[in-house]
Design a protein around this ligand. Structure first.
Ligand code: ZN
Length: 333
């Protein structure tokens, strides 16, 4: 079976270099405190370090994915690796979980790599657990690295902080995050807005985008159904009245822009619109006659002014759907 590697992010390169330099100079700490914002992949980075340390034959400091240690890791069965995290329904990491760590450190290693313990999130330990962890940090075991993962450095006890080597993960710059987002999701049409919504955290933005792409497809299909009179406008409008009206309007305007532009310039639709959904667009193209597309486009643009003034979002959505129905060829029969 081929094992997969952990995802890697370009904004972590500097931090990774710091880690590999420390390792090559034999300055590997017994405890590494990794701090980074949510939604930027810090857990993936922690796992990249963990696998690199567990591996018995790392290539360029990265896990080889082929040795026994790597294989057992990917099967969730590496005896030299321990992960401590919040248990289901628990708000804090307990002292019992940390005690298991001190037992684990005393076992003989199974492979020739390091023994690795990963604790996340470190700021969610209760006092007893923190005290117990301190003991392990004060008496480091050979060939053992404890990786502590945190979001908020300010919430970590100074006694713990002082016994770890701190590695701060940078948050990606906007352009870097944007180009990464687009590489992950070529369907994406509003990467910048998504990134803003996600406070600049690209992984969070990606999760939102998956949802958005799904919603957009669903809306397209229901819009078609109402144009084809398979579904009453009132019913479709009811489904979307709670949805952000700006987003709904943007999708429709973009669809029409794509249709008009591809006809006028004889360009492939997919070249104009990266979020192009071939099925929906070709169906819309068939039911909205060429000569009506421009008018409909203008009418939808005009709707923008009502987004914030419309008192009733249900009526706002109904009006948009009605414009499509009036423009569609099915309306004439
Ligand atoms: Zn390996």
């Amino acid at each position: 079976m081929k094992t997969s590697t952990n995802p890697e992010y370009p904004w972590h390169e500097t931090s990774w270099d710091k880690f590999t330099t420390a390792r090559s100079q034999d300055h590997l700490p017994h405890a590494l405190l990794l701090v980074g914002a949510d939604g930027t992949g810090k857990l993936d980075f922690a796992k990249k370090i963990a696998t690199s340390l567990l591996c018995t034959a790392p290539v360029n400091n990265k896990a080889c994915q082929n040795c026994q240690s790597c294989k057992t890791y990917h099967a969730n069965a590496n005896p030299d690796f321990m992960q401590i995290e919040l248990l289901e329904d628990k708000q804090q990491i307990s002292v019992d979980q940390i005690r298991q760590l001190s037992e684990f450190i005393n076992y003989t290693r199974s492979f020739q790599g390091y023994r690795v313990i990963m604790i996340n999130p470190i700021e969610r330990m209760n006092q007893n657990a923190a005290n117990s962890l301190l003991k392990s940090l004060e008496e480091p075991a050979d060939n053992t690295v404890i990786i502590l993962v945190a979001t908020n450095l300010g919430k970590i006890l100074p006694t713990i902080k002082s016994r770890c080597q701190l590695l701060t993960l940078t948050t990606p710059e906007k352009n870097q995050a944007l180009s990464w987002l687009k590489s992950q999701s070529p369907e994406l049409t509003q990467a910048e807005e998504l990134l803003d919504m996600a406070n600049g955290q690209p992984l969070t933005a990606l999760a939102i985008s998956d949802e958005e792409i799904q919603s957009k497809e669903e809306f397209g299909n229901q819009l078609l159904a109402s144009c084809l009179k398979q579904k009453p406008i009132t019913e479709v409008a009811k489904n979307w009245e709670k949805f952000d009206p700006q987003t709904l309007l943007n999708w429709q305007i973009r669809w029409l822009q794509t249709l008009i532009k591809s006809r006028v310039t004889s360009t492939q639709k997919s070249e104009i619109n990266q979020g192009y959904n071939s099925e929906i667009l070709s169906k819309l193209e068939r039911i909205i006659p060429d000569q009506k597309q421009w008018d409909l486009y203008q009418q939808l643009i005009a709707q923008k002014q009502y987004i914030h003034t419309s008192v009733n979002s249900l009526i706002f959505v109904e009006n948009m759907l009605l414009l499509w129905l009036q423009a569609s060829s099915t309306n004439e029969s």
